[in-house]
Design a protein around this ligand. Sequence first.
Ligand code: NAD
Length: 451
Amino acid sequence: MEVKRVVKEAREAFESGVTRSYSWRRSQLRALKAILLEKEADIFNALKLDLGKHRIEAYRDEVDVPLVCFPATGEIVAEPLGVVLIFSSWNFPIGLSFEPLVGAIAAGNAVVLKPSELAPASSAFLATNLPKYLDNSVKVVEGASHIGEQLLEHKWDKIFFTGSSRVGRIIMTAAAKHLTPVTLELGGKCPAIIDTLSRARDIEVTINRVAGAKWGPCSGQACIAIDYLLVEEQFAPLLVDLLKAKIKKTYKDPENSARIVHKQHFQRLSNFLNDSAVAASVVYGGSFNAESLLIEPTILLNPPLDSEIMREEIFGPLLPVITLKKIEDSIEFLKVRPKPLVIYAFTVDEKLKRRVIEETSSGSITFNDAMLQFAVDSLPFGGTGESGFGKYHGKFSFDQFSHGKAILRRSFLIELSCRYPPWNEWKLQFIRYIYRFYYIGIILMLLGLKR
Ligand code: NAD
């Protein structure tokens, strides 16, 4: 009961927002410092009772900054992690294989790449061509989930996984056996807040970008595709009309959309409409062709929030539009749901932007566009919470596949005997002294003052 209460209170404290403020962080860090200063005798006493530590040893190691390290230099050396296993997904089968490969190779690792079996031609392309162009320390293993399972039986120095959160959990469980670090690039429901419909000059661009991020690349089968829209109820009819017109103009022709990758995924998408309340919310589209695996761009207005389509990642051309009384309500709406990979917000309202940044959590945020953030290599790409963890792209990819090894270099120039027993009062005073009067301490040390 006690543990339950503590966990609940800690979460409530975080959710109240109190821990985010600068003043809270500063006051709490000061409070920590105050404990060290005011309760020094109690700390010495506890360490004596638990570990038999002399109070000078305690001060040197647990209370104070180890200035006795002076003089020294420090550096961080990037070390390759070793042999890394990369799983890529089928929706951008070449790009999502190359992107992590670049980071793994740049950091000096050997790599085994397991492309998705759901994009067999791309998988075969990688299996044929990577060995032709690259040295054999980069290998490709093709196959379905059972091959993935076999790979996971081995010890890896890093696993980089792009795929679903269901398989992400399997990956993490397997990795735990060997304490292998993992990066999980997962999916989720990326919302888009639409707050530009009262601004005539921004409407067209908003609709172009929203439609492009839903019915453009892979027909919504992208981890950063818009999953659903949030809009003020007064603007919903206008939004739906504009989206319908956009579909008719640009996305009606199957040539302009990708087909659903697999029968299984097609079935999953059509099952969303088995729920009669969801089917009743369709205001445009809704036709499915099981032969060609094509699904018409589809708009749903206010499907029930507890239905599967609003709980699961959609990953297809179905677009729910959810209405809110006020656009500011979108903050609360997002706060109580799993953290998405991206939050999109089309708005020029700086106050709303600030609230989205400060009060919601997601892998990233893009204002007034969608999907483009993936191409910006100076920004890290990755999720948080349910959408995964670990960041890559550009230099972040290099870091993701490296261990930053800390190196401290000392010389034999100065040796302070006050670091070692036998302990006496003078040594404690000396250590205090060099902490409080840093520069004087340095001078004294430079003079080689020893006892
Ligand atoms: P998936 O999880 O089904 O498969 C991904 C990989 O895992 C494949 O190579 C597959 O063969 C392998 N696999 C499947 N089952 C396995 C098992 N039991 N053991 C070991 N390996 C196994 O994912 P998917 O359906 O191919 O891809 C879609 C998902 O990927 C979506 O959720 C999407 O959001 C996500 N995704 C995320 C990103 C990102 O960068 N964050 C990018 C693209 C896709």
